[in-house]
Design a protein around this ligand. Structure first.
Ligand code: C2E
Ligand code: CA
Ligand code: CA
Ligand code: CA
Length: 279
């Protein structure tokens, strides 16, 4: 940085250097994270408004970084997407989540559906349904116990191709949800033609649902849209009883969020399912 430059300029340069250094080290570490078995999954419960029971869990990847500790996906998924490592990571997550769900089933825990986030890159790979089927077979998990979460941009990127992939997944018997719904661009006329099962209403609308009449109107409209298309409406990021009450009153089918539970390690989640069973 220039010695005589204004302070702000130097600050920005320093910040940028730091960000670049972190990125480069992340990238090289990430390449080895899979082999070193540093990735791990947490599971966040999804609760039915009708039964008040856990009906599903979302698998969320974490990275046990040797130096940085537990790293949230927001810090490494974007890098993995740029470098193409995301495909390998998502396949690892899919395998691990299905194996875990099959284990819970074998242990006689109450049945839950496990959701896995799918990156656009993996969704666009040839033979996705065949690969998913191989994972289910290997784990011994029935297809209806698996849900794949994709975003609006993933399906809108190439509508014809997406339609074919979605049909092959439907045929396989897995469920598909549109994640972060409302934040991206999606044509409603196409949405109608996609064989999907669930709309997950993005947290950004849920957060201020009590304070902001616009957000309240949007959430109501999204729930109505889901039901009009014969889809389930799931709200993300529910943190308070007021939000929960609003969502329930407006017919939302399921909720996910800190109000009920943060993402949990597999043993904690299993314990929670066990307790549910005995209550
Ligand atoms: P997402 O799919 O929208 O996942 C929900 C995120 O919201 C999770 O963050 C979860 O911990 C957080 N969350 C849940 N309830 C609440 C709440 O009540 N309040 C707040 N403030 N946050 C809540 P997380 O685990 O950090 O994941 C961030 C994103 O990283 C995910 O957003 C998803 O897009 C991506 N991601 C996570 N795991 C995977 C994966 O295995 N593969 C891919 N491709 N992406 C993943
Ligand atoms: Ca998700
Ligand atoms: Ca989401
Ligand atoms: Ca999100």
């Amino acid at each position: 940085a220039r010695q005589d430059g204004p302070g702000r300029y130097r600050f920005h340069t320093w910040e940028m250097e730091r960000a670049i250094r972190e990125r480069v080290s992340m990238e090289s570490f990430l390449r080895h994270a899979l082999e070193r078995q540093e990735l791990a999954l947490q599971y966040q419960p999804r609760v039915s408004m009708a039964s008040n029971e856990i009906v599903g869990v979302e698998a969320l990847v974490r990275w046990r970084h040797p130096a940085l500790g537990l790293v949230a996906p927001g810090r490494f998924i974007p890098i993995a997407e740029e470098t193409g490592l995301i495909e390998e990571i998502d396949m690892w997550v899919l395998n691990e989540a299905c194996a875990c769900a099959a284990r819970w089933q074998a242990q006689g825990l109450p049945p839950v559906r496990v959701s896995v986030n799918l990156s656009a890159r993996l969704f666009q790979q040839d033979g996705l349904a065949r690969r998913v089927r191989a994972v289910l077979d290997e784990a011994g998990l029935p297809p209806y116990r698996l849900e794949l979460e994709i975003t609006e941009s993933t399906v809108m990127h190439d509508i014809r191709a997406a339609q074919m992939v979605l049909h092959s997944l439907k045929q396989l018997g897995v469920a598909v949800s549109i994640d972060d719904f409302g934040t991206g661009y999606s044509s409603l006329s196409y949405l109608k033609r996609f064989p999907i099962d669930v709309l997950k209403i993005d947290r950004s609308f849920v957060t201020d649902v009590m304070a902001d009449p616009n957000d309240a109107a949007i959430v109501r409209a999204l729930i109505a849209l889901a039901h009009g298309l014969d889809l389930e409406a799931v709200a993300e990021g529910v943190e308070t009883i007021d939000q929960l009450t609003f969502l329930k009153a407006n017919g939302c089918d399921e909720i996910q969020g800190y109000y009920y539970s943060p993402p949990l390690w597999p043993e904690q989640l299993a314990l929670m399912l066990t307790k549910k069973e005995h209550s």
